[in-house]
Structures are given as C-alpha cells and as structure tokens.
Design a protein around this ligand. Sequence first.
Ligand SMILES: [Ca+2]
Ligand SMILES: [Ca+2]
Length: 346
Amino acid sequence: MLWGRMAWSEVWSRAGRQCVNAAWILILSALLTLATLYQEPRGREEAAPAGGPAVQSRQAETPVGGGGAGTPAWPSGGPALAPAGEVEHLVLPDPEGDDCGPGTYVYPRHLAFTNHRGLFDLLLFRVASDAEKVHFDLTFKDLTNPWRAPEGFFHQRVDIYIDTTPRAGRTDTLREGAYVRFAPRYAWDVLVRGAPWGGSAVFFADGRKEPAEAAVLASRTIRISVPKQVLGEPQRRWNYYVLVGAYDGFGPDNYRLVMGAPGDWVFGGGADGLWDPNVIDLLAPRGGRWSQRSQLASYDVEAGRLAVLYPVGLETGRGGGLAWYLALAALGVALAWWALRHHWLE
Ligand SMILES: [Ca+2]
Ligand SMILES: [Ca+2]
C-alpha cells in the first residue's frame, strides 16, 4: 500500500511537471505567434520583383481592368511598357475605386470634378531609371487638363515621401497640408513632389531643395523625373509613401481640403478641422491591418491626433522592432524557466 501511494504520488508529480512544461510551450508559442502577427507592413504581398519584364508578365497573368475584392486592379489597357534603356526598380498596383480616402470621402461638386470619376484614383506606381534620371510613374484612372497646365495635368498633386536611410529623417510632412504623420520607424529622407504649374520638386529632410520635372505619358500616366545626381540609383531597401491629393493653388501646401460636407471646390465625407487627411488615394493594400482605409482613418479629432501612415517597399523586415523584442522576450523566459527548474527540481 505504501509502495502504491509512493508510486502514485510520483506519477502525479511527473504529470504535474508535464502540465507545467506544456503550459510554458503554449505561452512561448503564443508569444512567437504574436511576434509574427506584429511584423510591420512592407508591401510584400503586392511587391513585384525588381527589374526585368515584371510589368508585362503580371499584365498577362491578371485580367486587364480586373479588380475583384482583394485583387490588384490594372489600368484598362495596361501600364505603359518600359521604354528601351530603362531599368525597372519597383512596380506596385493600387486598387481601383478607392479614391475616397478612408472610405468616406466624396468629390467636390463642381463640374470639373463631377464630369470625371477616377481623377484621383491611382492604379499603378512605378519607379524606373535610365542613364541620367530616375522616373516615378503614376497611372490614374482618369486624367484631364481643363486649365491647360504646362505639365499636361491639372487636378493631381502627388507626394512621394521616401525612407532611404534607416534611423534618420522626419515623421511630419514637409509643410502642413496633407494632415498625416509617418511611422517613426520609417521616417522619410526625400520627398519627390509632382504638381502642376511648376510645383514639382525634390525636397530633402535637411531642407535642401532640388528641381524635378513632371509630364504626362500615354495611358494617363504622370511621370516625375529627377536627375540621378540628385537622388542616386533607387535601392531595394527604400520605402515609399505615395500620397495622392487634389491640387489647389490656394490650399495648405497646395492640397484641396476635405471637409464634413462637400462643396463646389472641397471634398466631403471628412471632418471640419485640421485632423482628417487631405489624401484622396494612398498606395496601400485593399484589405488587412495596413489597408488604406485603416491607415487614413487612424486620425482622432477629439484627441487631436493625425493619421499615421506606413510605407510600402520591396524588402521584408530588417530586424528590430516589436517582433524581435517579443522573440527575445520569449527566449529570455525560456532560459529563466530552465534555470529555475534545474535549481528547484533537481
Ligand atoms: Ca487607387
Ligand atoms: Ca489606394
């Protein structure tokens, strides 16, 4: 009987230890899963391989003008083919029909807007270079030039904020106007701006300004070109915030305002005040945690907080950040557990 009780107590003790082991394994798994979930967005799911015939091959795989839910939409007629001598660095589609900011914005009421749908609907973003220049191509669903701006477009104004250098740069916009902020981990170093009436330029976070030129290519594509000696060759590690706003020569930083109710010359569906973004389309996935909607809706009027944006790029996580901290925490917990267990139980 005594032997039997001892055997049973030992069995129970072993079972208890195994339960504790299982609990720790579950906790560690949960921590590692969290670490994976909290990876910040890098545009992986929509990023095209750099260089080569990416545009043509993707065009063949995707129905022209497609765009069901979750499917990147191509512009009808397809993107402009890369001219000879150009190296393609990045090609990213943007969903069709999302020229409504966080999902609520509506166009101004003037005929200059209501006669056209899709003026601010970005469909494709492309970065290429030739021997002398870096080109940023932005294809829109519609493109008009009612007041004959010399660049060939009037309505769009595009800000391409680029994070080129880790641990440097700014998280606010160049000037007040877009009413957004940028994720501190991806602070911008260079801003490439495309706007009509001579408004295109390159700005650096340190205050320098250099010239850029904008023109319209075929297929409703605005091309902003910057001398290579200003920007250098585009790198795989660069991350891009691509903001599409409406040009207003009298607006803050030339952005046309979004208000609560639409007017002849202002968008509606936002908020009356300075906290809702004046960004009509943003290069971002259609769904998921990092969708355009969730990014642009992250402002808070009552708390006085601007929306925080995240960039897209070709490379996945470079290390650092919450994922690594969680993984390291899990490793630390595991080591502590083993140390305690050997001290107490052996
Ligand atoms: Ca779009
Ligand atoms: Ca978009």
